[in-house]
Write a protein that binds this ligand. Structure first.
Ligand SMILES: [Zn+2]
Length: 309
């Protein structure tokens, strides 16, 4: 690629104007709604009013919901903690982490920028170990059924006082044979137990970006396989030459590259610098330029377009 022929510009607006009246997925003439090409939940900015509300909801439900819980996206957002803490809190908020410490692994949720363990307080007796989500849960349990923890009704308030003043990571005797410990977690890792993301998220982004540059040509019959696959979550057909790849490491940007110099039109989607999907759409050459590169920088939340002459 001849770099001198590439013009790089700031994208002045987030919304790309659309003059058509048909939805680019179901192809029906219906009222059109605003769609983010790269999902907003991932920090995507570019949008276009070219999907009907049914197709818009389907894309959200099929490919975007739960995306940030999938292991590859969970790992992708971790480097943002240093690069863009505000965006990190948005993306990691309400998501699971695994904390580890002297009390063993526990699950936690990131709430308002703080990790809140789901279980962290133990009462250890000679015959049982009971784990509570928080110190206040233990206090409530004591007040409701003191005998279960070896304290009498009269001793409750003194037991609660001992719990309130107890140092972290130290076993404190509640009554003979019953110990209490408020463990402090020492490491936290994202919870990677959710299923992997649907790879069609790469096809969705690629197809919608293609539509921006094809305009009305996107309704061509040769692209029907792509539309059918996205709307019915069916198998990605070989005619689309779909590849799932990855780059060397995660980085705080998303990019989309459209290349018409090969047979068909190749669209390469790269999320968080690392997750890569490449689709070669079949069909006619178009009036689109040979090369279009789009990039959204997740540190400054700015996006750029590079177009060949
Ligand atoms: Zn539609």
């Amino acid at each position: 690629m001849d770099e001198q022929r590439i013009r790089e510009t700031d994208v002045p607006m987030a919304e790309v104007p659309w003059s058509g009246v048909r939805c680019v997925l179901c192809t029906l003439p219906k009222p059109l709604t605003l769609e983010h090409i790269i999902p907003e939940s991932l920090g995507g900015i570019l949008e276009c009013k070219f999907l009907c509300s049914d197709c818009n909801s389907k894309m959200g439900e099929f490919y975007e919901g739960g995306l940030l819980d999938s292991p590859e996206f969970r790992l992708a957002i971790e480097p943002l903690q240093a690069a863009n803490p505000k965006l990190y809190r948005q993306m990691a908020g309400q998501r699971g982490f695994i904390l580890d410490g002297p009390g063993g692994p526990v699950r936690a949720i990131l709430r308002n920028g703080r990790l809140t363990p789901e279980r962290m307080t133990d009462v250890r007796g000679s015959e049982k170990t009971t784990t509570f989500q928080s110190v206040s849960d233990l206090k409530r349990a004591l007040r409701e059924a003191p005998a279960a923890y070896g304290v009498s009704g009269d001793e409750i308030e003194s037991a609660i006082q001992r719990i309130s003043g107890a140092p972290e990571d130290t076993r404190v005797e509640l009554t003979p044979g019953v110990e209490f410990a408020n463990w402090r977690p020492q490491t936290s890792l994202p919870d990677l137990s959710a299923p992997f993301a649907d790879p069609r998220i790469g096809l969705k982004i690629a197809y919608e970006f293609l539509a921006l540059y094809y305009g009305e040509q996107v309704f061509h019959e040769s692209l029907q396989d792509a539309r059918d696959c996205l709307l019915s979550r069916s198998e990605i057909l070989e005619s689309l030459k779909f590849e799932e790849l990855h780059a060397r490491e995660y980085a705080p940007f998303h990019s989309i590259r459209l290349d018409t110099s090969c047979s068909g039109t190749r669209v390469t989607v790269r999320l968080f610098g690392y997750l890569v999907w490449r689709v070669t759409f079949p069909g006619e050459q178009t009036s689109a330029p040979q090369f279009i590169g789009y990039r959204v920088n997740l540190i400054g939340r700015k996006h750029y377009l590079a177009v060949s002459d």
